[in-house]
Design a protein around this ligand. Structure first.
Ligand code: EPZ
Length: 426
């Protein structure tokens, strides 16, 4: 296995280009199963998770060819409708093939994804919604064995919690159903808007984009997609926080500032100067001449979009470890998303966790020192990278396969900002 080495304590400066969003690419790849033909997905990031999804689709019979960041998926010849445990266990988003396979073939057998470091990650809302549409779901042997005779019948589905992949799965399941389906208390993340645009571009009839009420008027068939994946708002936020944590300044390009309303306000709250154009965000300090920048502090409460994203909670905690005061971070989405705290402790961070709350007592911009730490999940590992870039001395991060799931060309992008970072064999 490889580890990441960072010689920290150097301000980052310059420009970094954002890739396509992992959490949009995965549902859009699943949606190609809805109709036979050659589908074109543009701005496709090359990540461990997208490569895993291509393998999952290939197992079903889908042919793929990638040219640069354009991926063509030919879903004409589907061999079977089963997603095996070996593939699903490495990436929970595999459950997203359930809806489209049922919509097109009336059957699907998909391994239950199982939990992960951040929580139990149940899929009961996915199952509830499919059953409302007339599907019979049998849970046995660690699999969901789902089937329906004939087309699904539209119905009203209410989400107790606005589940992102739950909304995506049921959108894809209902586009070919008879009648109308209404998803209430649906998730409103930008990735769902990207999926709605793709499906409507294929001939679906979905109203309510960007709201918590999606109305799907079933159609009889769909045609292949030609769709662009939106920029990755979590990657965008991660690089902005890294620039701030190192006392540097710079511009993130090929991004969409409108997808980060909460983070940009929080960065302003802690004293940074943020300016936006349609596709760039620039971060700077009010008084550049100050040698030792001072970071204010602000409380964070993670919420469904447009609230503060849970996927940027760990990164902001690393930043607040460098502030000059105390703040409270409240993680409301997942039950175990403070795995990064123990590792940040090893770098000198002062954080006290009590259930869903973490109290962070900042130690100033030079408060962290390099250490050997271990990545536990995708976003926790990016918070360790941020801490390592800000810390004095050398940080070694093991198990970096977690990072490679969601950050394209991380070493190149950080090096381009002036970071001293490289990979070594463990
Ligand atoms: C998506 O996961 C993202 N993954 C996650 O990003 C993200 O953290 C999460 O949404 C929240 O924004 C992808 O899009 C591939 P949820 P998802 O269903 O859909 C509970 C990353 O780092 N719930 O919105 O699995 C669940 O336990 C990943 O890129 C049920 O109880 O999240 C959680 O507490 C991590 N039953 C809450 O709802 C269900 O059937 C929100 O989960 C489904 C969810």
């Amino acid at each position: 296995m490889e580890k990441l080495i960072i010689e920290g304590g150097r301000p980052l400066y310059g420009e970094v280009k954002i890739s396509g969003a992992k959490n949009a690419a995965l549902p859009l790849m699943a949606a190609t199963l809805l109709s036979p033909g050659r589908h074109i997905l543009r701005n496709m990031p090359d990540l461990r998770d997208t490569r895993t999804f291509i393998r999952l689709l290939a197992n079903l019979g889908v042919k793929s060819e990638r040219t640069g960041n354009v991926l063509v998926l030919d879903t004409t010849d589907i061999l079977h409708t089963e997603a095996p445990y070996e593939l699903v266990k490495t990436m929970r988003a595999s459950v997203l093939v359930l809806g489209p396979l049922l919509a097109r073939f009336g059957k699907a057998k998909v391994s239950l994804p199982g939990g992960c470091a951040i929580g139990a990650r149940p899929i009961n809302f996915h199952i509830m919604g499919l059953e409302r549409l007339g599907v019979t779901c049998k849970l046995e042997g660690g699999y969901v064995d789902a089937a329906i005779e004939g087309p699904m019948r539209g119905d009203v589905i209410y989400f107790d919690i606005p589940s992102v992949t739950g909304t995506e799965n049921l959108l894809m399941a209902s586009v070919l159903a008879e009648g109308t389906t209404v998803l209430k208390n649906a998730a409103k993340e930008p990735e769902i808007g990207n999926l709605v645009d793709m499906l409507n571009g294929m001939g679906a009839n979905i109203e309510g984009r960007d709201t918590d009420r999606l109305t799907v008027h079933g159609v009889s068939s769909l045609s292949p997609a030609d769709c662009a994946i939106i920029p990755d708002r979590i990657e965008t936020g991660t690089y902005l926080i890294a620039l701030a944590a190192t006392g540097g300044a710079g511009t993130v390009t090929n991004c969409n500032p409108a997808h980060l309303p909460s983070l940009l306000e929080k960065l302003r709250d802690v004293g940074l100067r943020i300016s936006e154009t349609e596709s760039t965000i620039s971060l700077d300090w009010p008084k550049r001449e100050d040698k030792q920048q001072r970071l204010g502090n602000v409380d964070i409460k993670t919420m469904p979009y447009p609230g503060y994203p849970t996927d940027l909670q760990a990164q902001f905690m690393a930043l607040m470890s460098l502030s000059s005061d105390t703040c409270v971070i409240n993680e409301t989405i997942f039950e175990n998303r403070f795995m990064h705290v123990a590792e940040l402790h090893r770098m000198g961070a002062r954080i006290k966790v009590d259930g869903h709350f973490a109290v962070v007592t900042g130690r100033g911009m030079s408060g962290l020192s390099g250490a050997q730490v271990m990545a536990t999940d995708l976003r926790a590992s990016s918070s360790l990278v941020i801490a390592g870039l800000a810390a004095s001395g050398r940080t070694e991060i093991s198990r970096i396969y977690h990072l490679e799931r969601g950050y394209e060309n991380l070493v190149d992008k950080l090096t381009g900002l002036g970071a001293r970072v490289w990979k070594e064999q463990e």
